[in-house]
Each structure stands twice: as C-alpha cells, then as structure tokens.
Design a protein around this ligand. Structure first.
Ligand code: NAP
Length: 291
C-alpha cells in the first residue's frame, strides 16, 4: 500500500517516520518545502512537488495539517488526482462538518475518505502510540488499518464520516474540565499552605484524580509551563466544540469559560505554554481576593 504524507509539522514528522518504518511511506509533501526536503532526504522517499503529484503516486494519502480551512485547501489541491481506489485519511483535528465536506468533494471523484483525528500528543506521534478515532465506512477502515496501525495501536471506529472528529471534540471537552479542576484545586491548596507535592501524590491516587492532575499539577506547583499541549491549539479545538454544540442550540459552560480564560492568557503572551498555565489565573484570584 503506497502511502503519501501531507503536513510535516510537530505531529506529522513522527507519524511519517513510523509509516516509513512499517515500509509504507512512498512520498511526502509539505507547504514549506524545506521540511519535506529534510524528511524526504532523511527517509529516502520521494518529495512531491504538489499534493496532486503525491496523490497520483500513492494509494493512500494521510493529511495532518492545522485547521479546517487548511484541510479543505489540501483536499482541493488533491482533487486533480482523486480517483477510484484513492483513500484519503485526515488525522488533523477539525470539525465533523469539515470531514463531511472533504468526503463529499473526494467522493465526487470516486475517492474514499476517513476522518481519523488522534490523541497522544507529539510524544505519541513519535513513538507510534497514538489513539485514533475513526469516522467513515467500516470496509474503508479495514483497508486503512495497516496504515493506521503504523501510527498507533488503538484504532476505534466511532461511526460514519464526522464521528471520529465528534469523538475528538468530546475528548477536548474532557481535557478542559480536567485542567480547570486541577487549576482551581492547586490554587486553593497553595493558598491553604498545603505541601503541594504530597497533595498531588495522595489525591492523584483518589477518585478526584485525573491524568491532568497527576501529570500537570506538578507544573502548577513549580509555576513553570514547558510546551506540551499549547493553549492556542486547545483553544482552536474548543472553538470546534463550541460551534458543534451551538449548531444544536447549546452553550457548554466549561467550554465557554475555558475559551474566555485562554483569550486572557493568549493576550498576556502565554498562548504557546502548556494549558496548565491556566493556574496563573486561579492563583491570581487568591493573590487579590474580592473584598
Ligand atoms: P504544527 O506543528 O503547527 O504543523 C502544522 C502542519 O500543517 C505544518 O506541516 C504546516 O505546514 C501544515 N499546514 C498548515 N496550514 C496549511 C495549509 N493551509 N496548507 C498546507 N499545509 C498546511 O501542528 P501539529 O502540532 O503537527 O498539529 C497538526 C494537527 O494535529 C492539528 O490539527 C492539531 O490540532 C492536531 N493534533 C496535535 C497534537 C499535538 O499535541 N501537537 C495532538 C493531537 C492532534 P508548514 O510547515 O508550511 O507551516
């Protein structure tokens, strides 16, 4: 199965290396040509001049680019080479509607599409341990399975086109709740003068613990926020959640509150810090309490 990769960013480089290791990678394309030149040279694979040239040389094209309009731009650029037998797998985090639009545009030319957003971060992309949430037809997913398995061991079929993205949006809502709870709790614990490392170690084992509390409360305790899951990226994902809920006439309180907090953090220059930087805002509440 000849596979091409589009989008050699923080995620895409690791994912394409793992596809190469599995003997599947044929060609790469990236908007900034210097990145595709570097990856092409490292892995000894073809460097396509355009997305269509890449698609013409491959059976499967994997996309991992930034946002909705970027995915649709890449899909449009693939269309000259779209045909029966071509399978396009989008691993970017975008809306379910974007997935359906991409599937329709490719489907008009006989090509197949799966929305396959991932979770597990840059580390998971590098190690090939991503969890992949898939939307599309079951038979198409079976065809894609060897390609997906090269990038991660957990491959879950959530339903028809767009359902992979709906599952990813669900995950981003969970992350918002978990980081909000951890930030509130840690600011409170600090104000009470508790030994923070002992609090994390003890409460992290209890019912109130979460991955975010165990792994990110230590950042809060040290008030140091190395790049992990960037505020800017989570805000983009929560905008998708907000729009999907709004399409059903609903506003989700944790999503709205978190986006307001992120807007403040980005305005103060913290948009590229890990989302545990939310602690700054909660800690500040205890520094200058209301009268
Ligand atoms: P990134 O490092 O910013 O890389 C973005 C990639 O998309 C780059 O290769 C960029 O090309 C390309 N791109 C952006 N706009 C484009 C356009 N209009 N046309 C063609 N290419 C375009 O981002 P990332 O962290 O790899 O994330 C990629 C996707 O995975 C996002 O949807 C993100 O939400 C999702 N994701 C990220 C993580 C994470 O932890 N980072 C985890 C799970 C999912 P250039 O090199 O030319 O800029």
């Amino acid at each position: 199965m000849k596979t091409g990769f589009i989008g050699l960013g923080a995620m895409g480089v690791g994912m394409s290396r793992n596809l190469h290791q599995a003997g599947l990678l044929t060609a790469v394309w990236n908007r900034t040509a210097s990145k595709s030149a570097a990856v092409g040279a490292e892995l000894g694979v073809a460097i396509a001049a355009t997305p269509a040239e890449l698609a013409a040389a491959c059976d499967v094209v994997v996309i991992c680019v930034s946002a909705d309009e970027d995915v649709l731009g890449v899909v449009d650029a693939l269309l000259p080479a779209a045909r029966h037998g071509l399978l396009v797998i989008d691993c970017s985090t975008v809306s379910s509607q974007t997935a359906r639009t991409a599937a329709e545009r490719l489907g008009a030319h006989g090509a197949e599409f799966l929305d396959c957003p991932v979770t597990g971060g840059v580390e998971g992309a590098r190690k090939g341990t991503l969890a992949i949430m898939c939307g599309g037809e079951a038979a198409v997913l079976e065809r894609a399975r060897p390609v997906l398995a090269a990038m991660g061991p957990t491959i879950a079929h959530m339903g028809p086109t767009g359902f992979g993205q709906a599952a990813k949006a669900t995950n981003q809502i969970l992350c918002a709740g978990a980081i909000q709870a951890a930030a509130d709790a840690m600011a409170f614990a600090k104000a009470e003068g508790l030994p923070l490392d002992l609090v994390i170690d003890t409460l992290g084992k209890g019912a109130g613990g979460s991955w975010y509390f165990v792994n990110r409360a230590p950042f809060m305790a040290r008030e140091s926020y190395p790049p992990g899951f960037r505020v800017r990226l989570h805000d983009k994902d929560l905008r998708i959640c907000e729009e999907m809920a709004a399409a059903r006439g609903v506003e989700l309180p944790i999503v709205s509150m978190t986006r307001q907090d992120y807007a403040q953090l980005m305005a103060n220059g913290h948009g590229d810090e890990d989302i545990s930087t939310l602690f700054r805002l909660r800690d500040a509440l205890f520094q200058s309490p209301r009268e």
